[in-house]
Every structure is written in C-alpha cells, then in structure tokens.
Design a protein around this ligand. Structure first.
Ligand code: DOR
Ligand code: ZN
Length: 345
C-alpha cells in the first residue's frame, strides 16, 4: 500500500476564476495546488481583447496570496467577429496561451460565443499556422437534440469536419464526458487532446437525482450514464499523453445553485488533487497520476514542465459543507464527504 505520493507540481488546464470578490475568494485554492492554470474568459463582458486579458491577468495576480508564484495562462474568448490579427498579436506578446470556442449559448456567459464555426476560417488558419491551441466547449445547442447527446452530436456534426479541414490545428476538447469523445481523441492525431474533470470521473447522471434534485451535481457538459463515466475514467488513467487534468472548477454562490434555473458549475478547486487521486487509487494507477496531472498538458501546450513537487498523504480529510463566508460562500465538490488523500506540501 502506498501512503505517500510526491509528484512534480501539477497544472490545471481549465479553470474559472471569475472576477471581483469571487476571484479573491477562489484564486487561493487553485494557486495552492497548481503552478499554472488556463483561465477561462467567460466573464461578463467576455475577455476578447489583449487589453482586457492583460487587465484580468493583473486582477488575478492581485488576488493571489502573498508570495504565490502561481501563473495564470490567459485565453481569448472567440466571437463571430474575432480578429485573427488581434489574437496573433496577443499570442506573440505572451498574453494569450490559447483561444476558447464556446458555441453561442452553450453555457454560462456564452451568449457572445460562436454561432457558426465555419465563419471563423481565417482565425482557425492563423491558429494552425502559429501553433496556438483551440480549446473547445464541445456541445451543440440545437434544441431538437437530447441534452445528454449534445457532446456526441457536436463531435459528429462539427469536430470531425474541423479536424479534417485543419489537420494540424492543436485542439483540446474540454471536459469530456462521453465514450464518443474518448474514441474521437484516441482516433485522432497527436494534435488533438482532451481535459478531464474530477466530477466526470466520479459522477454519473444518477447523481443529479439521488434523493431529490441535486443542483451541486449540475455542470456543463452534464454528467452522463455510467458507461460513459467508465470510458472517461479509463482514458484518464490510461497513461495516454492526450488526456490531462482540467478541473473546470466553476464557482457559483450557493443561492445561485439552489434556485429555480440554477447555474451550471461545480466548485472543485479546494480538493481537486485529492478528488482525482481517489480515482487513480481506485483504478490502481497511482503511477500514472503524475503524467496526467503534471506532464501531459504542459507537453501538449509546448510549455516547460514545472520545477518543484507536491506531496499527498493517505489520510482522511473531511470536505466542508461550504467554503468561504458571506457573499462568496460556495458549496464545494464532495461537500460533507471524507476523501482518503490529502495534500500536505
Ligand atoms: O458547468 C459549467 N460551468 N460549464 C461551463 O462550461 C461553464 C461553467 C461556468 O462558467 O459556470
Ligand atoms: Zn469551463
């Protein structure tokens, strides 16, 4: 039995840090566990210009605990009018690490997202040419499509064609939830990868209804049936460099979750490593955790691996019912549960 695990410092390749008071409340959790994170641009208004991204990066730095060396990696929110020259400039200036594609109205603050990806040809050509990754929220929004099929239909209708038309474009299919997504990534080239969240490793769709409607299990893409969870788990622990850690931590205050028309998003930042490690432990894959958490993502993005380490110990930790106080209190993932590993340094 392994009691202590020390790995290279990990990165989180998909994070919502929000802004204002919430940013100050949640940034320390991510900065405590991760050296770097890809910061989602779905603020209101969205982060579409180099100037807005630079200013947001400064606000993030100001929200970090004193002495933190956490590096926020910024992303550009793509709209129908995205300007290839502005994006290339932001990348050349070291502001933007990637572009984020939200299909219009797919999720939180995506009303300004892309209505027709084929209209973005010039931007996509430029991304392919300069090797800047395109991060995709892979869901269709067609109301005719069953909600649980949104990801699979996006892959069939949109992603296949995109990869064919831009064969060298670096693509990260974000927060994958289905066997179809796993198969797509495994069948594509080395330029196509995926992030995996803790919730899609732990939960299937029964979690949405267990004992009553469960708003804290609701995120987008929504959790799927058990066979999909098992496929995503197999991918995560497979050791394939094409699958890596991206929590999609997405805090909403408690009242905005526990309401009619509650918000999508699971706040998993406080115990993210512990949550993933429970899965790798159960799958007898502790030796694969470092690759997933600390190596595959950096290599895909073409960034150096982090120096330094983090250590986790096998010891029970009780996840609190609420993190933070007052206006920014958020119910964390695994609230009230005991996890078997704890980060100790
Ligand atoms: O559950 C989610 N919450 N999925 C997303 O795509 C966005 C996120 C948010 O920003 O709240
Ligand atoms: Zn997200």
């Amino acid at each position: 039995m392994t009691y202590r695990l020390t790995i290279r410092r990990p990165d989180d390749w998909h994070v919502h840090l929000r802004d204002g008071d919430m940013l100050h409340a949640v940034a320390p959790y991510t900065a405590r566990q991760f050296a770097r994170a890809i910061i989602m641009p779905n603020l209101a208004p969205p982060v579409t210009s180099v100037a807005a991204a630079t200013a947001y990066r400064e606000r993030i730095r100001a929200a970090l605990p004193a002495g933190s060396d956490f590096t926020p990696l910024m992303t550009c929110y793509l709209t129908d009018t995205a300007d290839a020259a502005e994006i290339a400039r932001g990348h050349a200036e070291g502001v933007w690490a990637a572009c984020k594609l939200y299909p219009a109205n797919a999720t939180t603050n995506s009303a300004h997202g892309v209505s027709d990806i084929r209209a973005l040809g010039r931007v996509l050509e430029m991304l392919q040419r300069i090797g800047m990754p395109l991060l995709i929220h892979g869901e269709v929004t067609d109301p005719e499509i069953d909600f649980f099929d949104r990801e699979a239909v996006f892959i069939e209708r949109t992603l296949g064609g995109l990869v064919r038309d831009f064969p060298a474009l670096k693509i990260v299919l974000e927060h994958i939830t289905t066997a179809e997504a796993v198969d797509f990534v495994n069948g594509a080239g080395a330029n196509v990868a995926a992030t995996i969240t803790p919730q899609h490793l732990h939960l299937n769709r029964n979690a949405l209804f267990a004992g009553g409607l469960q708003p804290h299990a609701f995120c987008l893409p929504v959790v799927k049936r058990e066979r999909h969870r098992l496929a995503v788990r197999t991918a995560a622990v497979s050791g394939s460099p094409r699958f890596f850690l991206g929590t999609d931590t997405a805090p909403h205050v408690r009242g905005r979750k526990e309401m009619a028309c509650g918000c999508a998003g699971i706040f998993n930042a406080p115990f993210a490593l512990e949550s993933y490690l429970a899965v790798f432990d159960a799958e007898d894959a502790l030796d694969r955790f470092e690759g997933f958490a600390s190596e595959h993502g950096a290599r895909f993005y073409g960034l150096p691996l982090n120096e330094g380490t983090v250590t986790l110990e096998r010891r029970d930790v009780l996840v609190p019912a609420l993190c933070g106080v007052g206006d920014t209190a958020v119910v964390p993932f695994h609230a009230g549960q005991t996890l078997a590993w704890q980060m100790v340094g």
